[in-house]
Design a protein around this ligand. Sequence first.
Ligand SMILES: Nc1ncnc2c1ncn2[C@@H]1O[C@H](COP(=O)(O)OP(=O)(O)OP(=O)(O)O)[C@@H](O)[C@H]1O
Length: 270
Amino acid sequence: MGVNVTLRPSKAPAGPAQAGSVLCVTGLTKSFGANDVLRGIDFTVQPGVATALIGANGSGKSTAMKCLIRLVEPTAGRIDLLGRDVLTLPPRDLRRFRSHVGVVWQRHNLVPRLCALTNVVHGVQSRSAGPRTWFQSLARADVRREALACLARVGLADKALQRVDSLSGGQQQRVAIARMLMQRPRIILADEPDASLDPQSGEEVMRILSSLARQDGLTLIFISHRMEHALAFSDHILGLQAGRIVLSRPTAQTDADRLRRFFDHPEASA
Ligand SMILES: Nc1ncnc2c1ncn2[C@@H]1O[C@H](COP(=O)(O)OP(=O)(O)OP(=O)(O)O)[C@@H](O)[C@H]1O
């Protein structure tokens, strides 16, 4: 896949999204009290591109990702995502807007005592609500079929009726991905989906996420602490240090040594 993520010049004036981009972030700033966590970050992502967001603990990666859908309210800046000026959306529009954004967290928030299929059916609630979305046995036939298909896409069709708390950590994360697919997202944000998993399960989760995004032509933005995952599953890498983007490079133009140097001396990577 072609690499077409570009870093915009810092201190660019707020303006409309760059032509063709799915995401355009300009001057994004976030302070928690006196803690300036994001110090004016600018970047643009083109549709279908997989972007890895890397950086040391506390560099602001999760905060930046949460700002994109206003789970954290930015202090300043502009975010154009999926053609919407996100920071101006009124609450009702924001809820509807979020339903187009599939999010995968490190902690997946499944309902442990319910089966995998019911948990996946819950993903439809972003499109339609009501008791028929509470349990797979009550779900409309087409919803049930779609949920089964989503489970099949993550390789868990045979676990559909198994309680989620009887599945392994990696399998649970795959159920969470299937639930996210039920949203029919237009973009996927993943905050360390490979954390808290053993290396093999973490890699499998990343591989599934990445290939689903590619199959559906979806933009994927993911945070990972695993250098090898950033290299294997992205088209472009953005590196944050103390709330600033100090690295923006097509993945094909970097390697493990360069990324190691970024982690050791991020200030020298700009
Ligand atoms: N809700 C909050 N209230 C106050 N401070 C916060 C809040 N969320 C994050 N922070 C602070 O913002 C800074 C950046 O946190 P963030 O979670 O974005 O970093 P990160 O790069 O994702 O780190 P990690 O790799 O450890 O997850 C930290 O100093 C953190 O304590």
